[in-house]
Design a protein around this ligand. Structure first.
Ligand SMILES: O=C([O-])C(=O)C[C@H](O)[C@@H](O)C(=O)[O-]
Length: 409
């Protein structure tokens, strides 16, 4: 460990020990942790932005959060597939903390949604996914009202594009077929990296194990030595198995090993990380506690934190995870296996985040056609995703889709 890192670790840990009270009246939750320095939204937008309503609508087979301001301006986000099972939390716990409030007080509204009415008792992905979906729609609203891309409200832009890897979910046993499709996806997008699945997802049957040991060398052989390979176990292994498979991955030049063990087994994951010298260990997609992210970074459970922007409560909390990682000399690569409007909040985090690691996640289906109900078409060319510089999140929906929309909440 370098001296600078050691000092940073000591400073953060001792300030936490000196200040263990999470629910200090004057603090927002987690505010004693490293935090993203958000520019003053009251300066960026001179007049109050009163939120008239927060609705959950269904259209095009998707759930959408729509936040409407007093003047009728709307902020919109598509919701991830978890939301269909979380609507009672959204309705019963979250919406009231945004309606009638000034959207420029967004950090406070997020904290109120967690802290007030004992909502924190529901803390975890279910609550934070609801808060995050509203947060993201509010950013779209603020961006549209100020006629700026969201990233300009969040901080200083550092990039207007990023390189992607193709994230593949196929755990099929016809490994030659899976590898062939991977090669076609790389050829179609120009991406220089892939993420493949190893293990069986929270289990490792003999069949899963056989497949993994055949599949990884085949991917390397077929795609060649220049392609970056990430391997995602989705929590399949015991620590011992994780170490063994990790060595096999290292022998095949794999760069990242994601969630080798159950994501809750911090000690097991730390052991795997300690035993592997060439690989970086990555994880955090199910995690939603900023204190836990701090511990995951400080105690070297992971080298790379992968908070999901929706699951973890929105763009600001994603940036806070980035700051926590940065304090410990670590990087982030958010979990974002998307190729539709769900990718939009990530664009804005990517535009300003100083410690983004390597290639970023993108899903590409062979022969997919651009959707007709929003623009721009979300595509990668030459392995690169351009970050739109249009107002809000950068997605414009066809007005027609709202005519047939069903109101869910
Ligand atoms: O890192 C990833 O992209 C994943 O782990 C993908 C997963 O399949 C995730 O999206 C999920 O569990 O639905």
């Amino acid at each position: 460990m370098q001296r600078r890192q050691f000092l940073q670790k000591t400073i953060v840990s001792s300030s936490l020990l000196a200040n263990p009270s999470v629910f200090n009246q004057n603090q927002t939750a987690g505010s004693e942790l490293p935090a993203w320095k958000l520019p003053d939204l009251h300066k960026a937008i001179a007049d109050p932005v009163l939120i008239r309503s927060v609705e959950l609508l269904k259209t095009q087979g998707q759930l959408m959060v729509v936040v409407t301001a007093q003047d009728g301006t709307k902020g919109i986000t598509q919701c991830n597939e978890r939301m269909q099972n979380l609507t009672s939390l959204l309705k019963g716990l979250v919406i009231e903390h945004f309606t009638g409030k000034d959207a420029r007080d967004l950090p406070q509204l997020i904290d109120d949604s967690y802290r007030l009415n004992s909502n924190y008792k529901y803390a975890g992905m279910s609550l934070w996914n609801c808060i995050g979906s509203v947060e993201i729609a509010v950013w779209d609203l603020l961006g549209r009202l100020s006629k700026k891309p969201v990233y300009q409200l969040l901080g200083k832009p550092l990039r207007n594009q990023y390189e992607v890897y193709i994230s593949d979910f196929d755990r099929g046993t016809d490994t030659a077929d899976v590898v062939e499709r991977l090669a076609q996806k790389l050829a179609a997008t120009g991406a220089k990296g892939v993420k493949i699945k190893v293990g069986g997802r929270m289990r490792n049957t003999p069949e899963d194990d056989r497949r993994t040991r055949l599949f990884v060398p085949l991917v390397r052989k077929k795609l060649g030595s220049k392609i970056t390979i990430y391997a995602d176990a989705n929590g399949s292994y015991t620590p011992e198995e994780g170490i063994e498979i990790g060595h096999m991955l290292e022998d095949n030049g794999v760069a990242i090993f994601e969630e080798p063990c159950n994501f809750e087994d911090e000690e097991g994951l730390r052991r795997v990380n300690k035993s592997l010298t060439k690989l970086r260990l990555a994880g955090g997609e199910q995690d939603t506690s900023l204190y836990r992210f701090e511990r995951l970074a400080r105690t070297d459970v992971y080298d790379l934190l992968q908070a999901d922007i929706y699951y973890n409560g929105g763009i600001l909390r994603g940036l806070q995870v980035a700051e926590i990682a940065r304090t410990y000399g670590k990087t982030i690569a958010p979990h974002t296996p998307k190729s539709d409007p769900l990718i939009a909040p990530f664009w804005h985090l990517a535009a300003i985040c100083p410690n983004l690691y390597g290639l970023q996640e993108f899903v590409y289906e062979l022969n997919s056609k651009p959707a007709t109900w929003y623009e721009p078409a979300i595509r990668v060319q030459g392995g690169v995703m351009q970050i739109p510089n249009t107002p809000g999140l950068g997605i414009n929906y066809d007005e027609q889709i709202w005519k047939s929309a069903e109101r869910i909440v």
